[in-house]
Design a protein around this ligand. Structure first.
Ligand SMILES: NC(=O)c1ccc[n+]([C@@H]2O[C@H](COP(=O)([O-])OP(=O)(O)OC[C@H]3O[C@@H](n4cnc5c(N)ncnc54)[C@H](O)[C@@H]3O)[C@@H](O)[C@H]2O)c1
Length: 347
């Protein structure tokens, strides 16, 4: 079995999440790490036993023993790094969101679609066993349809510098929303018809043209509706709600760390209430917060021809298109619809 040579570009939070699961993986060899900040690149090289580190990832792309580039930098840099990596003949696993605007999104999708190497975008929830189980249950009719979906993910910032850098590229609605818009499309199998929303600047440091708290509502083509709430900031609570309500029941995901201490060893909890029987099922699901190892194995399957991209490029494109439309709805203060003449042309 081949071992894949890997370079990581972006030695921050998400870069560490990737390498934590790869540095001992029998199909992975960490060849090099790159970061604009030399101290971070050096720190990662030492921690994960990389042979090389650099402040310019292009120097590492020249190495023939590199098969895969993991891109874990800010969204505005993803396209440029993806282009250089594909031109160098490397496969890429790129963090979401692929870009901070529609122009770069379309260019990324075209690039990935025509690449001779494989491209996977890190929609990690597609590889998360809790969400896979919930999607299977809903798609097989466990709670009926149409749905009301309640999704919230707000967090108190522990690294404001990093959140500020992200805010310059993408609002929380775009940055985190791509995951949950993707989940809502996945579980319903339906498309978003229209979206509206509001945003708030809750910290003086937030760039004036954006917001660090936002909430959007969506109508879906099957009659389902959903809301998504996201925010990062010094005064934000850390809170999570993932709930799906249908005419035949309700499913709520309770993350391991939201459970009483005595139950946390059981993993995540899927609470399933059925109507009209009134039965309630508690399903414990073993869960790694971000299963980057499972995602990597899927990517290896894509490279070796045994697996298809999950999510597909179309899923990635749609998640970007919807979150960017939501962002625009917030800025313009009105409901925007996909049924109207094309707002962003799909090429
Ligand atoms: N999949 C998930 O669940 C998840 C979770 C968090 C973040 N992310 C995504 O991961 C990406 C990184 O976020 P993060 O939280 O790790 O940020 P971070 O600030 O912790 O790390 C980003 C790192 O990239 C480096 N960098 C920036 N531009 C670079 C360049 N051109 N070349 C080399 N290094 C560069 C920075 O110096 C920094 O060390 C973002 O796209 C974010 O949305 C995904």
């Amino acid at each position: 079995m081949k071992t894949y040579g890997i370079i990581l570009v972006g030695c921050g939070y998400m870069g560490a999440v990737h390498l934590d699961s790869l540095y001992k993986h029998n199909r992975a060899r960490i060849v090099g790490v790159a970061d604009l900040r030399p101290e971070k690149a050096q720190e990662f090289a030492l921690k994960y036993g990389a042979e090389a580190w650099d402040t310019d990832y292009r120097n590492l792309l020249k190495r023939e023993d590199v098969d895969i580039v993991i891109i874990a930098t800010y969204p505005s840099t993803h396209l440029e790094i993806a282009k250089a990596s594909i031109a160098a003949g490397k496969h890429i696993l790129c963090e979401k969101p692929i870009a901070g605007n529609m122009k770069e999104t379309e260019e990324f999708i075209r690039l990935a679609g025509s690449a001779k190497t494989k491209v996977l975008v890190g929609h990690i929830l597609r590889h998360n066993s809790t969400y896979q189980r919930v999607a299977d249950m809903i798609r097989s009719g466990a709670i009926g349809a149409p749905l009301a979906m309640r999704m919230s993910q707000v967090k108190r910032t522990h690294n404001w510098e990093s959140h500020l850098a992200l805010l310059h590229d993408a609002s929380p609605i775009v940055d985190c929303g791509v995951h949950y818009i993707d989940v809502m499309r996945w579980v319903t199998g339906a498309e978003v018809d229209s979206v509206s929303g509001v945003g708030q600047r809750l910290d003086a440091g937030v760039p004036e043209n954006t917001y660090n708290y936002g909430m959007i509502t969506m109508k879906f083509s099957d009659g389902s509706i959903g809301y998504y709430e996201a925010g990062w900031g010094h005064t934000m609570p850390s809170d999570n709600l993932k709930e799906f309500i249908g005419p035949k029941g309700r499913i709520r995901i309770i993350y391991k760390d939201q459970r009483p201490k005595s139950e946390q060893h059981l993993g995540n909890l899927i609470q399933f209430e059925h109507y009209p029987s009134g039965t309630r099922e508690d399903i414990n699901v073993d869960y790694t917060l971000k299963p980057t190892g499972v995602q990597f194995e899927h990517f290896v399957g894509m490279i070796e021809g045994t697996k298809a991209a999950t999510p597909t490029l179309e899923d990635v494109y749609k998640a970007m298109q919807i979150t960017l439309l939501a962002d625009r709805a917030i800025h313009e203060g009105r409901t925007l619809s996909f049924a109207q003449p094309p707002i962003y042309a799909v090429k």
